[in-house]
Design a protein around this ligand. Sequence first.
Ligand code: ADP
Length: 261
Amino acid sequence: IFDLPIPVGEDREVAEVLNAFRMMQTHLTMVQEARERLLADVMHELRTPITIIANQIESVQLGISELKDEQLTVLYDEMIRMGTVLSDLQQLSDAQAGVLKLNVSRVDLVELLVNMREIYQVDCKVRGITCTIDSELDSEWSLIDRRRVTQVLVNLMTNAMKFTPDGGRIEWHLRKNRDRGGGIQIAIRDQGLGIAAEHLPYLFERFYRVDHSRCRDTGGSGLGLAIVKEIVEQHGGSVFVKSIQGEGSTFGFTLPASRLE
Ligand code: ADP
């Protein structure tokens, strides 16, 4: 049926039905491809820790090495890494499934930022990092899913903390959008190592990492920004990133005017 020529003229209804079938087929193919890509990505992500764990155990079994503290630490770290990948995948799939069930309530975005900064107060203090909030408004009420938007802020803050050197500065900015139909823009600027321009378009894709070896050290799952994008888009907003290598990065998102009171 999908290869039949589309009739013209009096057979318009048939043509419409054929077109509808074709659109359904395209949609199904896309869903199927997305599923296959996800499976391949997850297998790729879990293969490295599994290989490391298997090799360590095998070399102990063969008597090549003993199970010392260092080996135990490696085993433990790799297990934790697998756990992080799985729990972040769970979050991502919850976020994707959440399109129909955003738990929306009236939330003050300025207060949300202040609360989020408090979560990181101790870490910032220990590392001498200054975290500021710069808002044009004292409060900005919006209709959002509080738990999910907090997740967005936490993921962005976690990255900023990872990349900002001790004694550095992290700035949150909250602005009214003057263009693009109004709404609001929230951004976080860090003093990290920045990101080369060629990576910027891919950062929000799942499991994308700029420097794989370095990021394995920082223990991320590579899913943090994919979760951010999913949640923001569910709220009708969009994500953005600006970065200059060696100077730092700004990650942010918009929320449409329809979310604001
Ligand atoms: P991860 O869990 O690995 O941090 P993310 O999806 O949160 O995964 O981020 C994807 C990649 O984007 C990171 O591995 C890192 O290379 C890069 N990245 C994210 N945030 C920053 C930042 N603030 N500064 C520099 N690089 C960043």
